[in-house]
Write a protein that binds this ligand. Structure first.
Ligand code: C5P
Ligand code: C5P
Ligand code: ZN
Length: 472
């Protein structure tokens, strides 16, 4: 039995279909979840002896599906997308172009196909309980079982967790539901370690003052964005801050030293007026990839996923895939350079939003980044912007960015609380984009669309009315 019993039957059927194929074209999405999905599926196909080729797409639409059909593979495996475009995909299936197998977690379009593995079809939440990489992992486990090894492929759980963390599936910092069953399998075979630790980005790689200075998860006056403040805070603590003149990193500290820093930081946050509920978020669940070298980006699921976004969202999915498949050396060096560039772009993007502010409709807020923020990362920036000064943390945010001369990319982000009140951004993006001749989809909490340039105002009006209905 696989890690998600509800999906066992479908996963088994999909696995049999794939092992029956002479060759498979594997198509996946260009983000951390899509890359890890592809790496998991590719490794599992390889182990099952199924010849295959991997391609990545920024977004699946009619044109891209047609280009996939033109490759003339009898069997196409879609991971981390496909469900939302099932109408277009099944049209090709009916035309005899290829037979699809889909392992995805996006809101399905109104169409059905035989080999469709999606948590949402079984009442499992695709935004918080299983990612695309998780669906691929379920498939990978079924592929192992199909080839006579019911316990096989559990080492791939580490990548599945990187995908889930990359898709921000952790609820209050922790993976839940089917995701946590995958964590369990990875821990059982020793590739993962779930622990409680400081919940800041950069524990593996950043010098201590940087770790604290750059932490945007919880803002602490006098520490966050304050180099001297961060150094001053550390210097008051009874710990050695340097080894051979070099700043130590979080990973270099002993457990007792970590405890000291974490509790002092929490205390400092409370003293400086950070509400207790927020300050608590300084500590959370972390996922460590135990086979990776300590002190590297790949050791921590969160840092690993950011590294992957830094490749695939900049047209270098090949680099990210190579790293996922275990290549180090040149691919990893390249990925680290791309990461520096990505982090700079995110920080500049966020600064721009803070500087220019957002516009408000009745129920949503929005900004148009024009050509200033890359369309492949504007959604990440929108998510980071929710809750910064000048941006309302309690209403959905919509961002526009130039895609090309004719099209605008739209990204939308909400909060768990709004979803609890009825918000479904996937429905909003789908309907509001269709109303202006575009196309969209995603999850209740995070979704996107492509619309014809010039339709932004009309789109905002429709989206605002839809959100009003959902929250009304
Ligand atoms: O296409 P895909 O499903 O992989 O992308 C999911 C997107 O939704 C990611 O960009 C992720 O950051 C975003 N998300 C979010 N907040 C959540 C869950 C997902 O911003 N709670
Ligand atoms: O691009 P962005 O990060 O904003 O995407 C948010 C979510 O919406 C992702 O899960 C993505 O796959 C989905 N999306 C979609 N159709 C689009 C654009 C985004 O399903 N045209
Ligand atoms: Zn995904």
């Amino acid at each position: 039995m696989g890690p998600v019993p509800e999906l066992d039957d479908t996963a088994g059927a999909c696995a049999r279909r794939l092992t029956d194929a002479d060759a498979v074209l594997l198509a996946s999405h260009i983000d951390a979840d899509g890359l890890t999905s592809a790496a998991i599926a590719s490794t599992a196909l390889e182990r099952a002896g199924v010849p295959h080729e991997v391609v990545f797409k920024k977004q699946l639409d009619e044109t891209e599906i047609a280009s996939i059909a033109a490759r003339e593979y009898d069997t196409v495996l879609f991971t981390d997308f496909g469900s939302g475009q099932l109408d277009d995909i099944t049209a090709h299936e009916e035309a005899g172009d290829f037979e699809p197998v889909v392992a995805d977690h996006h809101q399905p379009a109104d169409a059905e196909t035989q080999y469709h593995l999606n948590p949402l079809l079984e009442g499992i939440d695709g935004a918080s309980e299983l990612s695309g990489a998780g669906a691929s992992y379920v498939l990978a486990r079924a592929l192992a079982a199909e080839t006579g090894d019911p316990d096989g492929n559990r080492d791939l759980a580490a990548l599945a967790v990187v995908g889930a963390v990359g898709d921000m599936q952790a609820v209050e910092g922790e993976l839940v539901g089917a995701n946590s069953a995958i964590v369990g399998e990875g821990s059982a075979v020793g590739v993962l370690d779930e622990g409680t630790d400081l919940a800041l980005y950069g524990k593996q790689t950043r010098p201590l003052p940087r770790l604290l200075e750059y932490a945007s998860e919880v803002r602490i006056p006098g520490v966050t964005n304050d180099e001297q403040g961060a150094i001053g805070f550390l210097e008051e603590l009874p710990i050695e801050l340097r080894t051979d003149g070099e700043w130590r990193r979080w990973v270099d500290l002993s457990d007792a030293e970590k405890q000291t820093v974490a509790s002092s930081l929490l205390q400092r946050a409370l003293e400086r007026g950070v509400p207790p509920g927020k300050a608590e978020r300084l500590v959370g669940t972390t996922y460590t990839l135990t086979d990776e070298q300590p002190g590297t980006t790949l050791r921590d699921a969160s840092e690993f996923s950011t590294l992957l976004n830094a490749t695939a969202r900049y047209e270098r999915a090949d680099v990210g895939l190579a790293v996922c498949l275990g290549h180090r050396g040149a691919a990893f060096d390249r990925a680290r350079k791309l990461l520096e560039n990505h982090r700079r772009n995110l920080s500049e993007g966020l600064e721009q939003v803070k500087r220019e502010g957002v516009e408000r409709a009745d129920h949503i807020q929005y900004f148009d980044a024009g050509g200033e923020i890359r369309e492949t990362i504007v959604g990440i920036v929108a998510g980071m912007a929710l809750g910064v000064e000048g941006v309302d943390g309690s209403r959905p945010i919509i961002a526009f960015a130039e895609k090309n001369d004719e099209e605008t990319k739209v990204s939308a982000r909400g909060t768990g609380r709004l979803v609890g009140q009825g918000l479904d951004l996937s429905a909003v993006m789908t309907e509001a984009s269709r109303a202006v001749g575009g196309d969209g989809g995603g999850h209740d909490i995070a979704a996107g669309a492509t619309i014809p340039t010039g339709e932004e105002a009309e789109f905002v009006e429709t989206a605002d009315a839809l959100v009003a209905e959902q929250l009304g």
